[in-house]
Design a protein around this ligand. Structure first.
Ligand code: SF4
Length: 210
């Protein structure tokens, strides 16, 4: 019997893909690493400063067979894939992540930690959002915490999240891009006083690459 579209989506054999591109990771621990990006559509976190609002409505993005995404990645001969969104874990990513592993491709997941966890990942970047806090399980898995700083009240949010993490987790503060000039010096001073944190810049924006 043929699977319906909704079953294919539910089982992770299809995914709504907003865009795919090959570039350098511009943020956090893996900055500067060449990676193929898969941006999965759909997000209900509603950050007011979100720079990919067009990703929010998953129905706007074509459903692509996961096998075709994997074939495309293999054809590009890339070593690393960044899975981002939207919030990619709104979809079951068990199949996608297992196919990446089977083909020896490293997977870097970017998540707000708000959806059901699925998949096995080589690197998990948890980027928690105040208006929709992450589920507790994500603090066990995160390799990296990346907190977006829009104003000084976000430092308290960053520290609250830090306290829940395993101690090996790498800690990053990243200026929200639209207030970069206003906030960057404040973040630098905060990191000087709290050196467990590091600065994450959106290097791709300075380089004008995707
Ligand atoms: S979690 Fe990411 S995609 Fe979703 S609204 Fe926030 S910044 Fe945008």
């Amino acid at each position: 019997m043929k699977s319906s579209r909704s079953n294919l989506l539910k089982n992770g054999h299809q995914l709504p893909v907003m865009e795919k591109f090959y570039s350098l990771q511009g943020e956090g621990y893996n900055t500067g690493t060449a990676a193929y990006f898969i941006r999965i559509g759909g997000c209900d976190v509603s950050c007011n400063w979100c720079d990919v609002k067009e990703s929010w409505n998953e129905a706007m993005h074509p459903l692509i067979f996961t096998d075709d995404i994997i074939s495309d990645i293999i054809e590009k001969k890339v070593n690393n894939v960044v899975i981002t969104g939207g919030e990619p874990l709104r979809f079951n990513l068990d199949y996608f992540s297992s196919e990446l592993r089977k083909n020896n491709i490293r997977s870097f997941l970017e998540t707000s930690g708000t959806a059901h966890f699925s998949g096995k990942w080589d690197w998990i970047c948890l980027s928690p959002k105040k208006n929709f806090p992450p589920k507790d399980i994500y603090f066990e898995f995160a390799d990296e915490l990346k907190v977006i700083i829009q104003d000084e009240s976000d430092f308290e949010w960053a520290e609250n999240n830090r306290q829940k993490l395993k101690k090996e987790c790498h800690l990053y503060l990243q200026p929200e891009w639209s207030v970069y000039n206003k906030i960057i010096d404040i973040i630098i001073e905060y990191i000087k006083l709290n050196p467990c944190w590091r600065l994450s810049l959106q290097v791709h924006r300075f380089l004008k690459i995707p």
